[in-house]
Design a protein around this ligand. Structure first.
Ligand SMILES: [Fe+2]
Length: 405
């Protein structure tokens, strides 16, 4: 039989289904040889059937108008053809077949947003003395190198590149290897250096304790890239703290502090001559409950307590505790950025900062940009898919060579 079209761009292994049965409620239950099972709802299968009111083979998307769906649709008959599922729907008698590998990936949960991304590796300063490091020029040229760098970036929440050209465009060139730049009122890319009239604490020579950027936005930027163009000052070490490690510590050792940080809200504001950004949220924003959470932690733009007066004291005390832990030797790593280095990190998970520096001793000049998390996640998934396809093509060629030898 012809391989059924799937509503995506993946090349699934033909994992033949061993048996299928219709359920009393109109669905179908498929079982593989190893006992793995998937119960398929008739309406879900119907909208994933190839053809009108289902998957359009051109877009690989569903062209169903939901008001046209017959909610009484049932699977009247289900059988296997070469290990693929074939069903007949009623009413109407329409037949449809489904790729067993595609059904298997649903059974395995591989369709979930974080399924094909690296698991977060939670770290403290004892686990990671400096950021995982990769060669910058290789990442600019090779998809394999890019995939390896993104693996570390997603796993540890930070990853460094070294040996990049020290020009102002480099940070955008690296970011565009991943996706579309997230532009803000600071521009598509922006500098971090001492300004005479700074519009951000970042552009002074002051210490920046562990923080996350732009908590004043509904969705703070997902990832940040900082490229070092020049660094001849004394001081100005970069710092990083894994917010997930801090949250884990608070949850187990200081549950009351954790509660205050996740439940009490603050209004953050970021203002400039022509800007007025505001958002209200907790310092550790658990959002929909998935990990990573969003840390909203930048005191220069934390404007107002958004809680009853009587709770403010405890909320400040929790903030101070978070400050001690996230800037402590146990959780924070410190390292020097040298010209040509680029550090990328998850701005909503990893708290970054720097030590104060003497601005009369030299020049410290960084160029930065942001990427939304969606861009990083999408690129990582596509690279995994493409590189897996290349690997499988290589093994097919190798097998053909062997059989021709
Ligand atoms: Fe920052």
């Amino acid at each position: 039989m012809l391989q059924p079209i799937t509503p995506d761009y993946y090349d699934y292994e033909w994992t033949a289904i061993e048996s299928v049965s219709c359920s009393n409620d109109g669905g179908a239950v498929v079982v593989w040889e190893d006992g793995k099972k998937l119960k398929c709802h008739p309406l879900w299968l119907r909208e994933n059937a190839l053809g009108p009111g289902g998957i359009d083979p051109r877009s690989k998307e569903n062209d169903l108008n939901i008001v046209d769906l017959n909610l009484g649709t049932r699977i009247a008959q289900a059988y296997l053809e070469d290990g693929a599922l074939v069903v007949q729907f009623e009413p109407g008698g329409r037949q449809a077949s489904f790729h067993p590998g595609w059904l298997r990936h649903v059974a395995e949960g591989e369709h979930q947003p974080f399924a094909s991304l690296p698991e977060p590796q939670i770290w403290r300063a004892t686990d990671l003395t400096e950021p995982p490091t990769h060669d910058g020029c290789s990442v600019l040229e090779s998809d394999e190198a890019l995939a390896e760098w993104l693996d570390d970036l997603l796993g540890y929440g930070l990853a460094r590149l070294t040996g990049l050209p020290t020009n102002i465009q480099t940070v955008a060139s690296v970011a565009r290897r991943v996706g579309v730049l997230r532009e803000t009122n600071f521009g598509a890319t922006w500098h971090v250096s001492v300004d005479l009239n700074p519009n951000s604490t970042a552009n002074t020579n002051a210490e920046l304790p562990a923080h996350s950027d732009l908590p004043s936005r509904e969705t703070p930027p997902g990832f940040q890239l900082l490229h070092c163009l020049e660094n001849t000052v004394s001081g100005g070490d970069s710092t990083m703290t894994d917010g997930l490690a801090v949250a884990e510590h608070l949850q187990t050792k200081e549950p009351d502090v954790f509660k205050l940080l996740t439940l009490r809200k603050w209004t953050f504001s970021n203002r400039d001559e022509g800007e007025d950004h505001r958002w209200t949220g907790p310092v550790i924003d658990k959002g929909d409950g998935r990990v990573p959470w969003t840390f909203r932690a930048f005191h220069p733009v934390r404007g107002f307590p958004a809680m009853p007066y009587k709770e403010i004291n405890d909320a400040y005390s929790a903030l101070q505790y978070l400050g001690h832990v996230s800037n402590s030797d146990e959780f924070q790593i410190r390292y020097q950025l040298v010209p040509g280095d680029l550090i990328a990190f998850d701005n909503r998970r990893v708290l970054h900062g720097r030590t104060a520096f003497d601005s009369t001793s030299g020049i410290r000049k960084l160029q930065g940009t942001y990427l939304d998390s969606d861009e990083v996640y999408s690129r990582a998934r596509v690279l995994r898919r493409r590189l897996a396809d290349v690997d499988s093509q290589k093994s097919i060629h190798a097998a053909r060579k062997d059989s021709n030898a």
